[in-house]
Design a protein around this ligand. Sequence first.
Ligand code: G6P
Ligand code: ZN
Length: 590
Amino acid sequence: MEYPPPRLSVYLTHFLSTLANLTLSEKNLTNGEKKVKVFTQPHYLHNFVQSTFNALSAEKVKGSTLVVSGDGRYYSKDAIQIIIKMAAANGARRVWVGQNGLLSTPAVSAVVRERVGADGSKANGAFILTASHNPGGPNEDFGIKYNMENGGPAPEGITDKIFENTKTIKEYFIAEGLPDVDISAIGISNFSGPDGQFDVDVFDSSSDYVKLMKSIFDFQSIKKLITSPQFSFCYDALHGVAGAYAKRIFVEELGAEESSLLNCVPKEDFGGGHPDPNLTYAKELVARMGLGKNPDSNPPEFGAAADGDADRNMVLGKRFFVTPSDSVAIIAANAVQSIPYFSSGLKGVARSMPTSAALDVVAKSLNLKFFEVPTGWKFFGNLMDAGLCSVCGEESFGTGSDHIREKDGIWAVLAWLSILAYKNRDNLDGGNLVTVEDIVKQHWATYGRHYYTRYDYENVDAGAAKELMAHLVKLQSSISDVNTTIKEIRSDVANVASADEFEYKDPVDGSISKNQGIRYLFEDGSRLVFRLSGTGSEGATIRLYIEQYEKDSSKTGRDSQDTLAPLVEVALKLSKMQVFTGRSAPTVIT
Ligand code: G6P
Ligand code: ZN
């Protein structure tokens, strides 16, 4: 669709914003998640966007191609029009927008890396509009982040600059007179301005991503599984952007019934829900899979969910939960046989520090390079760019590979379906189905089981959370005192062998990340980890990760919460959780 070409110079406005308007000087804005009412303050979004352009440098922005889209949450459409006008005024050559402003975070990464425009152009970077797994709507969250040319989140060097810029910015550039672009219609709009041509290219949100998935997985064998009468399938997008991809991939390409999709129409407020795929928030799916409070009596064989921007995933079998830590280990153990993209072997595997050591055991047994990195996907990106890592994952429901530089919720589901298709390659014409539960239990029998749980204390007073962490660090100065305390709490818990604050030296760029979580490592391989969340939007969130390794295959089938109860008790008493936070129970258990 063509718009009449306005002269940008006529309308170009250099806005002077007073420092009083600037509320950006909060460190976590470079991670970009805040209440909508914060973003809609005069000039707030504008200042963030201009600070980003300034951090990238004017020369880099001039002539560039930028992707702008997100999970479709409330305020996205307004934000996209603002960013288009600012990109024009800062001399960008073109902006690419997914139809209706929708692109999942993994699809943005794929588009930046793979898409070629009609004129042969390639993207230089992307603004992703999402607050991930946090709720949306006028009174809920909005967010923005910038991804680089490799399709991954901006490195700390850039986000630090953005943050510094937000403290001193005095003006921003906006082509106010550029008409709003109709982002519901696919097509290219051309404008001409003082710096020459400026185009807005609205394109289909799913085709680049679908093409990439088809180049990674064997869709034919997955289709055979999904359409076989022994198998049944269910996918819950929690009203997030995954819905736009689920219909295309699971129904149109792979032959799933339309009725197997739950909440797959993206909504600005995620239906009033909390779009986080875990046992607490994905209630409908959990019940459908025969788990939780009102379990369905006839659940499907396989179920999965995604978060708002579709980079997280939860995988469930019939009446069976797969922990994210097990999920990445199982994918790594089966990737070479089951997924064509990996057929020539894995370059290496990686997990975040609080993720269980299930992946470590697989890496050791398959003789793979292995990395333990701090929480946050960007650390995996460096390893992948250097060709050191093929598969990685986090306990926080993130799993992915080097096909892009973000975690990928739908990729994880396709990986699981590929494993199921491979294990059942001879069973689909009437044999007994190898189920999700069978696969996990076989894995435990081979590699041992890492019992694992995470307790979250959300929206805790920030001061109290800091005090709790300081208390835990202080305790680390005497391991023998810690062990005396532990023996008083539970005599059946092993001794702590060492304790520290996790620190990471990036093997690629040599950068050092300190204070990445407090660890207590036990003599029997158990671990307690305490961290403050970096993604909460109110108060502080304390995360407590509890893990215990069981090698004896006769003991790997126990209830996880029962098994971990002694360690949980030690963790809560040692940290004085209730004393510091006033909380007698966590808000979320996963
Ligand atoms: C985001 C990042 C993940 C990270 C998670 C941690 O989702 O993309 O890589 O694991 O945040 O969140 P937390 O709240 O634990 O800091
Ligand atoms: Zn997300």
